[in-house]
Design a protein around this ligand. Sequence first.
Ligand SMILES: [Zn+2]
Length: 66
Amino acid sequence: MQTDEIISWVCQYCGEENELWLDLTVEDKQDFIEECSLCCRPNRLIITPSREEDETVFIESRLIDE
Ligand SMILES: [Zn+2]
C-alpha cells in the first residue's frame, strides 16, 4: 500500500509550483502551513482525502488570513 506521495501546490503569492511529500496514512482532513520555496511566504494548505479511485487527494492552497 502506498503510504506517501509527492503532490504539487501553487503558491498564492507568487504562483510558484511547490512539491510536498504527503502522508497518505492520515485519513482525516489536513490543514497546515507550508512556506513557498521561492518567496518563502506561508501558504495555508488544506488536504482533503478523496474517495475517488483516480484521485488520491484534493489539495487547496490559500492565503493566510491576517
Ligand atoms: Zn511563493
